[in-house]
Design a protein around this ligand. Structure first.
Ligand code: SF4
Ligand code: SF4
Length: 379
């Protein structure tokens, strides 16, 4: 098998094809600390792309509650259990990736979910890691009960397992933006992609008998507009743009800044070896570091420390980039923080958005003599 370099595991690894990085790679950062599981992203995607026959069970975008939520059922637990020991040593992954652990004759390690695994899209919603008892919840601070929301879409991986495993070469990665697409004319419905995508983000359509997946709203991206799940995000948790490899990171590119400069955003399950291109700011309130390291790799402690600094007002640049999320429909390629504002620029360098780092607050007197009334809310 050819060798490719995967910077997320900090080493070379086996991959069924030669490595060809796209000219640029579409990427996103999701801040788990701000997600409220309103599922607006889910519905924005559903009503745009998967409202047809045979697509009823498809959620190209879903939001699950960790630690117990999953769609399809236990997708992460099943893949991680099959993979075996996953050791990291000084930032280098020493275990096997799903390509290196592939059974003889297969291109990756995987499993095909059964229909019933898709029966409960919101299984485990708002369930805490441990049962909430009176003693645990009311009498102790910080609480040892926690959960958090994990919004998920296709990661448009640099080394996609769906693409690697398709016997019809129906899946391809666009050189212009790294978006991974599935050609439905070529697909014959063998479901190797469904089996081998560890994130289970390819879905088989029983009506048309071909597979389907997230297209990252490429018609919008081509016009400089963000995908629908991003621009409809109520919690403003999503930063969309293009990511560079670490050696070419630009500190004024919002995604590069979050992933490579401040290292506050981490890939999901980097040990699988796909170099996934959706990044997560880990939750700061979760009392189980090992669980977070299993999900996001060894950079969790540093990411949480960097995020806390920004929240304490000690990192205006990071605060600024986080405030840019979902502040415009346009794709922000560059940013600048100056004079208490953060500015966002499009690809041509034109300003497309400007956000104050602190919302101005106006305090009015409690008593209004003109109306001879007391104000209920003075700000
Ligand atoms: S997340 Fe799955 S479907 Fe998306 S590119 Fe990666 S392997 Fe393919
Ligand atoms: S729209 Fe945003 S805040 Fe709401 S569930 Fe989706 S990611 Fe979370």
């Amino acid at each position: 098998m050819p060798k490719v370099y995967n910077w997320q595991i900090n080493r070379e690894m086996d991959y069924p094809f030669e490595g060809h990085r796209p000219r640029r790679q579409a990427a996103a950062v999701f801040d788990t600390n701000k997600c409220i599981a309103c599922q607006t992203c889910t519905m924005a995607c559903k009503t745009t792309w998967t409202s047809g026959k045979g697509q009823e069970y498809m959620f190209w975008n879903n939001v699950e509650t960790k630690p117990w939520g999953s769609y399809p059922l236990a997708w992460d637990v099943r893949v991680l259990e099959m993979l075996g020991p996953q050791a990291w040593e000084d930032g280098v992954y020493r275990g096997k990736t799903i390509f290196e652990a592939a059974p003889t004759g297969e291109r990756a390690l995987g499993y095909l979910p059964e229909d019933l695994d898709y029966a409960y899209p919101n299984r485990g919603e708002d369930e805490t890691n441990v049962p909430v008892t009176e003693e645990r919840f009311y009498l102790r601070l910080p609480h040892d009960a926690w959960f958090f929301y994990l919004p998920r879409i296709c990661n448009h991986c640099t080394y996609p397992a769906c693409l690697a495993s398709c016997p019809r070469t129906a899946i391809y990665k666009r050189p212009e933006d790294g978006i991974v697409l599935l050609d439905q004319q070529r697909c014959r419905g063998y479901r190797e992609c469904v089996k081998n995508c560890p994130f289970k983000k390819v879905f088989y359509n029983h009506t048309t008998r071909v597979s389907e997946k997230c297209v990252l709203c490429f018609p919008a991206v081509e016009r400089g507009i963000q995908p629908r799940c991003m621009r409809n995000c109520i919690g403003k948790i999503r930063t969309f743009g293009f990511i560079s490899t670490p050696d070419r990171a630009r500190p004024d590119n919002p995604v590069d800044f979050l992933v490579h400069v401040r290292k506050v955003a981490l890939p999901l399950l980097p040990q699988l070896g796909l170099e996934a291109n959706v990044y997560y700011i880990p939750p700061v309130h979760v009392g189980n570091l090992r669980f977070l390291q299993m999900l996001f790799g060894p950079g969790v402690e540093g990411a949480i420390a960097a995020y806390r600094r920004a929240m304490e007002g000690k990192d205006e640049e990071l605060r600024g980039v986080l405030l840019l999320a979902v502040s415009t429909d346009r794709i922000v390629h560059r940013f600048r923080v100056a004079r208490g504002q953060v500015y966002g620029y499009d690809e041509r360098g034109e300003e497309v958005v400007r956000v104050p780092l602190r919302e101005p607050t106006m305090v009015r007197p409690a008593y209004d003599p003109q109306h001879r009334a007391y104000r209920y809310n003075v700000t």
